[in-house]
Structures are given as structure tokens and as C-alpha cells.
Design a protein around this ligand. Structure first.
Ligand code: PRP
Length: 213
């Protein structure tokens, strides 16, 4: 039996994924060792391997088959546009992709004005404005603290993730339009899906039952 390899998005997502996996009997004791610099962790008994990667790299590892399975946010899947199968909504990490700004900017969206949109997700923003809303905009890519953009006058609106809404509230911004709901998803390499279909389907069945509880 060959190893099934999992790529997990670093951070809270990986933590929640491991907790979910434990509930269906998949453990990786090695991964719990604090302060370890190891990059890859093995469960010899179940022939499973796990590694942590930056979120946007997870779909890349899965597309190329370096990982059979990945767990990452729907935002990253949409933004990266890799050839992977999305097989399961894990439910956690729920939030929304939204167009946000000052309330006064709302008419600019209604009237399809040529505005600037700052975002960490240029592909998602492009798809939303060009293909769904049919509004021509200028998209400006940023790497974080996106809420700053309308405050300092870099852009009229932003496309960003809203979870609790507190970052917006504390900065006088609002959700102006909702783009799509987001949560953690499981993705699978299309070739692995065929070659390891028994093991992967079995895993999916157990996870699905757990997620539905
Ligand atoms: C994310 C997102 C928002 C914030 C939303 O940023 O980009 O800024 O969380 O959460 P809230 O609705 O609960 O306030 P993150 O903390 O990941 O950092 P970033 O600004 O560097 O992207």
C-alpha cells in the first residue's frame, strides 16, 4: 500500500482539520510535538503522510500530485484556479467574500462606475466585477490589511473576507455586496481520485458522516 499524502493549509485550518480527522480515527501523534522543525509527518500504521503548507500553495501541491488530498479555504481554491476536485465542505472556517467600503460608496456599485478595487484576491474580484456584475473596474492587488485601502484613499472599495465583521466595524466600513460564502474544503488530485478511489471514498464517507453531525 502506498502512502496517501495530505497537504494542510497552515494555521487554524490545519488545527481544526486534525481535530476532525481524530474523530474519524485518523491520528498523527508526530504532528503534536511542540517546537518540532519537521516538515512532514507520518502515520505508518495507516500509511498516511501529512505536511503543512502556505494556504495558496495547497492547491498547487494537489494539482501536481505531490499531495493526493488537500484542505484549504474556498477563497484560495477560487483564487488559485487549479485543476483539482473539490470533494467536501468541511463546514469550519465559515465566512464570506464581500465587497466592502464606506456606505457613501454604495452608489458607485449601483451605477457601475469605473472605480478602484483593492484586494488580496484579484481573480475572485475580476470574476465578480467582470463576469457577474459586468462592471469595469481597476483592480489593485494588496497582500494584507486590505481595509486600509478605502481609508487612505487607495481605492473606493475592497473585496475581502468578512468573518465576524469587527474589522469593518472598527474602521467605519460596511459590507456593500456579498460575493460568495466560504469555508474549509477538501480537494483531491484527479489521478489520485481514480488510483486510490477505494481509500479516498472510504475516508470521504467517514468525514461526511462526521461533518453532518
Ligand atoms: C482577514 C480579512 C479581514 C479580517 C476579517 O484578515 O482579510 O481583514 O480577517 O475578519 P473579521 O470580519 O472577523 O474582522 P487577516 O486577519 O487574515 O489578515 P490580513 O489583513 O493580513 O489578510
Amino acid at each position: 500500500m502506498r502512502y496517501l499524502t495530505f497537504a494542510l493549509g497552515k494555521g487554524r485550518l490545519a488545527q481544526e482539520t486534525l481535530e476532525l480527522f481524530e474523530k474519524v480515527g485518523i491520528t498523527c501523534e508526530e504532528m503534536k510535538e511542540k517546537g518540532s522543525r519537521k516538515l512532514i509527518f507520518v502515520n505508518e500504521e495507516l500509511k498516511l503522510r501529512f505536511f503543512l503548507a502556505k494556504g495558496p500553495d495547497v492547491p498547487t501541491y494537489v494539482e501536481y500530485g505531490a499531495a493526493d488530498i488537500g484542505v484549504v479555504g474556498k477563497d484560495t481554491i477560487l483564487e488559485e484556479g487549479r485543476k483539482v476536485h473539490e470533494v467536501l465542505d468541511l463546514g469550519f472556517g465559515a465566512c464570506k467574500m464581500c465587497v466592502c467600503g464606506f456606505r457613501e460608496s454604495a452608489p458607485l456599485l449601483v451605477h457601475h462606475e469605473l472605480i478602484r478595487v483593492a484586494t488580496k484576491y484579484p481573480n475572485i474580484a475580476k470574476d465578480y466585477f467582470y463576469n457577474q456584475k459586468h462592471q469595469t473596474v481597476e483592480i489593485i492587488k494588496l497582500n494584507g490589511s486590505i481595509e486600509l485601502a478605502p481609508i487612505v484613499g487607495l481605492s473606493e472599495v475592497i473585496v475581502d473576507i468578512v468573518e465576524t465583521g469587527s474589522t469593518l466595524r472598527e474602521n467605519g466600513l460596511e459590507v456593500l455586496e456579498e460575493v460568495c460564502p466560504l469555508s474549509a474544503r477538501m480537494i483531491v488530485n484527479p489521478v489520485s481520485m481514480r488510483l486510490e478511489s477505494e481509500r479516498i471514498k472510504n475516508l470521504l464517507m467517514r468525514l461526511r458522516a462526521q461533518v453532518q453531525i
